[in-house]
Design a protein around this ligand. Structure first.
Ligand SMILES: C[S@@+](CC[C@H](N)C(=O)[O-])C[C@H]1O[C@@H](n2cnc3c(N)ncnc32)[C@H](O)[C@@H]1O
Length: 287
């Protein structure tokens, strides 16, 4: 494991150092921007787009699009549409030509533009090969994007935001799914056997990692297996109203601002029953 880490670190340094001379003439120009131009190898691009589960329904934005290869692959291989932005006008011109040659200019657009001044709201997937300082600056904006937006990065992390998935095919590829903001106190209503039941729920959150507790009957109840993936929230509470007939309640719901709506399954197997539930946020706490 130690050897593997050292090897990977060495690999990253070697790749950056050896690839820089490729754009030696450009490097003097490119280094004036936040990140130099170092292209992502195609096999790594495919892995990043696979990890982000890109489909023709996606709108991909490549921040610092270089020679356009990420977006062109997203369009040609995965059928996606999108925009690439780069401050380097020569690279943007090169990308536009490459998109024409690949027959995808109707699906992709390249703009000479600062990624920090680019509106990211349209993106369903964002791809990045940027340096750690740039990633750290971008992180707060990325976290405010629509829940469910997938962010995928070649080699570099987004500060202390734990990735939802990591793969290594030659290089590290990291995936984050923008989580809904669910911190706060919620009032839940559910239609259980025996009538409507109400409970309060306190949720805490650090990025996609969540925990909390509820007040199911007249005692505090633990929340088990809490998970947040984009706008999908799931957790389990034990229905302990009747000690001789306890059952797990498997909640699954979609977060839309201050409302969560979904279905819960009570129990398992043949005795399982399904019920609607809804929650309204009654007090927010900062994430
Ligand atoms: C490491 S390259 C990645 C190129 C491409 N995304 C890839 O993975 O092959 C980073 C690119 O970001 C561009 N860049 C640097 N700072 C930028 C900024 N503030 N706004 C837009 N592009 C920037 C550079 O010109 C360079 O082409």
């Amino acid at each position: 494991m130690m050897f593997m880490r050292k090897y990977l670190l060495l690999n990253i340094i070697l790749i950056w150092v050896t690839l820089l001379p490729i754009s030696a003439a450009r490097a003097q120009v490119h280094w004036q921007f936040d990140v130099p131009f170092v292209p992502t190898p195609y096999v790594v691009i495919e892995e990043m787009l696979r990890l982000a589960e890109v489909t023709p329904r996606d709108f991909v934005m490549d921040l610092g699009s270089g020679d356009g290869r990420v977006l062109i692959t997203a369009a040609r291989t995965f059928g996606a549409r999108g925009i690439g932005v780069d401050l380097d006008g020569d690279l943007v011109a090169e990308s536009i030509e490459a998109a024409k040659a690949a027959g995808v200019s109707d699906r992709v657009q390249f703009l000479q533009q600062d990624l920090f001044k680019t509106d990211l709201d349209r993106a369903t997937v964002i791809t990045m090969y940027l340096m750690p300082g740039v990633m750290a600056r971008l992180q707060p904006r990325l976290l405010e994007l629509k829940p469910g937006t997938r962010l995928v990065s070649h080699d570099f992390r987004l500060g202390d935001w734990k990735p939802d998935a990591v793969t290594q095919v030659r290089k590290n590829a990291f995936l984050w799914i923008v989580p809904a903001q669910i911190a706060g106190r919620w009032q839940l209503t559910m239609a259980l056997p025996g009538g409507e039941h109400r409970m309060t729920l306190e949720l805490r959150q650090k990025y996609q990692e969540i925990d909390g507790f509820g007040q199911f009957s007249d005692r505090p109840s633990q929340i088990w297996e809490p998970r947040l993936r984009g706008d999908r929230l799931s957790f389990v509470i034990v229905d302990d109203r009747d000690r001789d007939n306890e059952a797990a309640l498997y909640f699954d719901g979609q977060v839309r601002g201050d409302v969560i709506e979904g279905e819960l399954r009570r129990g398992t197997g043949r005795t399982q029953t399904r019920h609607a539930w809804r929650a309204q946020r009654v007090a927010a706490t900062k994430p």
